[in-house]
Design a protein around this ligand. Structure first.
Ligand SMILES: Cc1cc2nc3c(=O)[nH]c(=O)nc-3n(C[C@H](O)[C@H](O)[C@H](O)COP(=O)(O)OP(=O)(O)OC[C@H]3O[C@@H](n4cnc5c(N)ncnc54)[C@H](O)[C@@H]3O)c2cc1C
Length: 314
C-alpha cells in the first residue's frame, strides 16, 4: 500500500491550489463553491467588508486586537490594483468611523507594485496618508523571495515619512539578520516576525527545523533588545514556550502575539487570559480559495476540520 507523508500531502495541496483549471472548475460550480466556502469560513472574516467588521467586533468584544486584510496579491491589471486600493480605503474609513483605530495589513503586490512600480507606489501613498490621518497602523506583508528587496526598499522609503508604517520579516530567509540590522538603523516602525510561507531556492532559506526556531528566537531577541515592538506571529507551541520564557526573564513589554484567524484560537485565548496582548489577523474577500488551500497545506490535519465544517454546516 502506498502511504503519503504529511509533507507530500502538503506539497500536493499547494500544487492543486495553484492549478487554475481546478480552481475555475470548483469555483464555477455553485454546489462545490458553497461547500468549500463552508470550510473557508473557519479562516476568513467573511466575503465582504461588512462581514469582516462583524467578525472583528466579536473578537474585540472578547478583548482581542485585530488586523484586517482584503485578501489578494499579485494583481495583473491596473484596474485590479486600483480596485484593491479603493477597498483598502473603505476599510480605513470604516475603522475611522468606528473610532477604534486598529491595524490594516496588505501585500504590496496587491496594490500593483510588481506590475508597475509607479502605480504601486502611488496606491501605497494613498493608503499610508489615509492611515496616518486615521491613526491606523499599516503593516506590509512579506512575499516571495524574489520580492524581498523591493518590499524592503519601499518600506524603508515610506518609513521616513510615515511613522505608522510597519514591516513583516521572514525568519527563514538567510538574509533576514542583515535586513533586520538595516530596518533597526533606518526605520521606526513595528516588526512582525513570521517564519515564512513561500517556497523558493533552498540556498536562500531554512526549512522548518529547530535551526529555524533558533534563528527566530535570535531575531526576536535582537529586535526587542533594540527597543522595537515585535508582533510575534507564529502558531508553533514549542517556539511560543521559548518566547514566553524570554519575555518573562527579560521583562519585555514591547510585544504582542498575533495569529491567523481560525488557527491557534485556543492558544491565543490562553495567552490573553495570562494578560499577554493578543491579536487575530482577519482576512476577508472572495479570493479565499488559495488562502484555504494554503491553511490546509500548512497542516494537512486541517483536511479533517474542513470535512467536519462542510458536513456540520450543511
Ligand atoms: C499574523 C501572521 C501574519 C503572517 N504574514 C506573513 C507574511 O507576510 N509573509 C509570509 O511569508 N508569511 C506570513 N505568515 C505565515 C507564516 O510565515 C507561517 O507560514 C505560518 O504562520 C505557519 O508557521 P508557524 O510559525 O505558525 O509554524 P510552523 O512551523 O509552520 O508550524 C508549527 C506548528 O504550528 C501549528 N500550525 C501552523 N500552521 C497551522 C495551520 N495552518 N493550522 C493549524 N495549526 C498550524 C501546528 O501545531 C504546527 O505543528 C503570517 C503568519 C501570521 C500568524
Amino acid at each position: 500500500m502506498v502511504s503519503m507523508s504529511k509533507q507530500q500531502a502538503s506539497e500536493a495541496l499547494k500544487k492543486a491550489a495553484l492549478n487554475e483549471e481546478v480552481k475555475t472548475y470548483l469555483l464555477q460550480n455553485p454546489l462545490l463553491y458553497n461547500l468549500l466556502l463552508k470550510a473557508a469560513r473557519r479562516y476568513i472574516g467573511g466575503e465582504t467588508l461588512e462581514q469582516a467588521l462583524e467578525t472583528r467586533q466579536k473578537l474585540q468584544a472578547n478583548g482581542f486586537a485585530t488586523s484586517l486584510e482584503f485578501m489578494g496579491e499579485s494583481v495583473s491589471t491596473t484596474d485590479e490594483a486600483n480596485e484593491a486600493t479603493q477597498e483598502f480605503l473603505k476599510i480605513i474609513k470604516a475603522l475611522k468611523v468606528e473610532n477604534k483605530p486598529d491595524r490594516v495589513s496588505l501585500d504590496l503586490s496587491h496594490l500593483g507594485l510588481f506590475l508597475d512600480k509607479k502605480l504601486g507606489t502611488e496606491n501605497f501613498t494613498l493608503l499610508a496618508k489615509a492611515c496616518e490621518n486615521s491613526q491606523i497602523d499599516l503593516f506590509i506583508s512579506a512575499e516571495g523571495m524574489d520580492r524581498t528587496d523591493e518590499i524592503l526598499n519601499t518600506y524603508l522609503m515610506f518609513s521616513k515619512e510615515f511613522p505608522n508604517i510597519n514591516i513583516t520579516l521572514q525568519a527563514y530567509l538567510h538574509r533576514s539578520k542583515q535586513d533586520l540590522e538595516q530596518i533597526l538603523q533606518n526605520s521606526r516602525g513595528k516588526i512582525r516576525l513570521v517564519k515564512g510561507a513561500f517556497d523558493g531556492p533552498k540556498e536562500l532559506h531554512l526549512p522548518r527545523s529547530t535551526e529555524l526556531n533558533k534563528r527566530y528566537l535570535e531575531l526576536f531577541e535582537t529586535l526587542v533588545r533594540a527597543g522595537r515592538y515585535c508582533s510575534i506571529a507564529t502558531h508553533d507551541p514549542k517556539l511560543l514556550e521559548q518566547i514566553l520564557a524570554i519575555i518573562k526573564q527579560n521583562n519585555i513589554s514591547q510585544y504582542e502575539f498575533e495569529m491567523l484567524y481560525g488557527i491557534g484560537t485556543e492558544t491565543l485565548q490562553k495567552l490573553k487570559e495570562q494578560s499577554h496582548p493578543c491579536r487575530h489577523y482577519i482576512v476577508y474577500g472572495k479570493e479565499w480559495y488559495l488562502y484555504l488551500c494554503n491553511r490546509i497545506a500548512e497542516n494537512p490535519d486541517n483536511v479533517f476540520k474542513a470535512l467536519v465544517d462542510i458536513i456540520e454546516l450543511s
